[in-house]
Design a protein around this ligand. Sequence first.
Ligand SMILES: Cc1cc2nc3c(=O)[nH]c(=O)nc-3n(C[C@H](O)[C@H](O)[C@H](O)COP(=O)(O)OP(=O)(O)OC[C@H]3O[C@@H](n4cnc5c(N)ncnc54)[C@H](O)[C@@H]3O)c2cc1C
Length: 407
Amino acid sequence: MEPLFASSMEEVNHLLGLKEDEVAILEDADAAANELLVSEFEKYVERKYNPEIAGVLRRHNLMGVPIDEKYGGRGARQLVEALCLERMGQTGMGIITFADVHLCLGSLAVQDWGTEEQKSRYLPRAATGDVVFAYGLTEPEAGSDPASLKTSYTKDGGGFRLSGSKYLISNGSIATNMIVFARPAGDAKGVTAFIVDTKQKGFSVDMRLEEKIGLFTSDTSMLTLDDVFVGKDDLLGEEGRGLSVAYSALLNGRIGIGSGCLGVMEDCLNQVKERTTSRVQHGKEIARHQLIQKHVAFIESSLEACRWLVYRAALKKDEYENDPKNLSLRADADRLSAVAKYMSSRCAFESADRAVQCFGGFGYSIMSPVAKHFLDSRVARIYEGTDEIMELKIASSVLGKQYEAYR
Ligand SMILES: Cc1cc2nc3c(=O)[nH]c(=O)nc-3n(C[C@H](O)[C@H](O)[C@H](O)COP(=O)(O)OP(=O)(O)OC[C@H]3O[C@@H](n4cnc5c(N)ncnc54)[C@H](O)[C@@H]3O)c2cc1C
């Protein structure tokens, strides 16, 4: 399989005024995405998790892209992180899920909310890949409504003891550390975030979910915490402010998922171009049939429109990072990241569907590269906030807080 990276990215980099060291990060992302093409496809066909992802990202120095240089990372602004995930998304959402959770939901949560001591302890090892993060918010009875989560904690001398179940957790069985959200036992109020060492006694993986309809190369696990000890130094943010930690991580994460979806659209476009200009039916290349061109036009237009949404959200987040007391910038970044994720995930899935259509019967085979995108990109409309939750969030950000329909 030959990689088919879109040449238009050079033009985009130029337009965005990327510096040399930023372009170098993107070149590393291209190299990693290329290197993972074969194993990602093989593991997808076998319907297995791809254990090579972490090692390849590590080798290309991509495990700490947004982590400050002072903690051993590459100090990339959100825009560059987004472009990096866009590049890797061409190989598929399996890589993106791993990277987004480790970088945006894990490392950035520690960077944004951690004490100096926590940052020094975790971030340098996250940047080398010795620490791999998971993010444990969802539970069997708490998905779209995380405020109803039941995992609980009690205080225990020098720390805390956590008990409960976490459900559908990406990187759940491979992470060294997981950001876990829990509430005080017997008290309905106040969620707190903790950095949990997954090797602690009482932390167990009940099941690795392999019967998914796609995203086979990403690890998704069901976990139990049974009286797991967490030292007081591993409380993340203030006690009772866990949902703020969770939502700020999701702001970053949604930009990451939107970025990965751009990569999916790019690959769909390239695959469709190659296939429709070589396949002949009714005496001519199928690309010469106008109804096939309709699909090409849809994918290209979706890609270009969504690029703007994702880059704009990333630029707004960068603006907020430079002016962190400005809450209106934060609200804008939050809205734009929801818009970017909502539109890009829908467009990526529809682009993959149209690519399958252009491939005809071969598109319906598990062996076609576009079928992989069709199966894998569907999840982006569910995790990190479903389509419906994004719609409610976007609408209330326009109408005003009093119109929040999920309250
Ligand atoms: C492959 C995969 C990986 C994942 N990785 C992680 C992870 O790493 N960490 C993590 O914490 N979670 C993870 N998740 C969980 C994911 O975030 C949840 O599945 C998602 O938030 C939806 O929750 P739910 O599945 O409980 O669905 P539910 O909340 O039960 O929703 C079911 C349906 O009802 C709709 N709905 C719910 N409430 C409303 C409302 N108020 N108004 C309108 N419609 C509503 C939803 O939009 C959806 O269509 C992952 C999920 C998958 C599939």
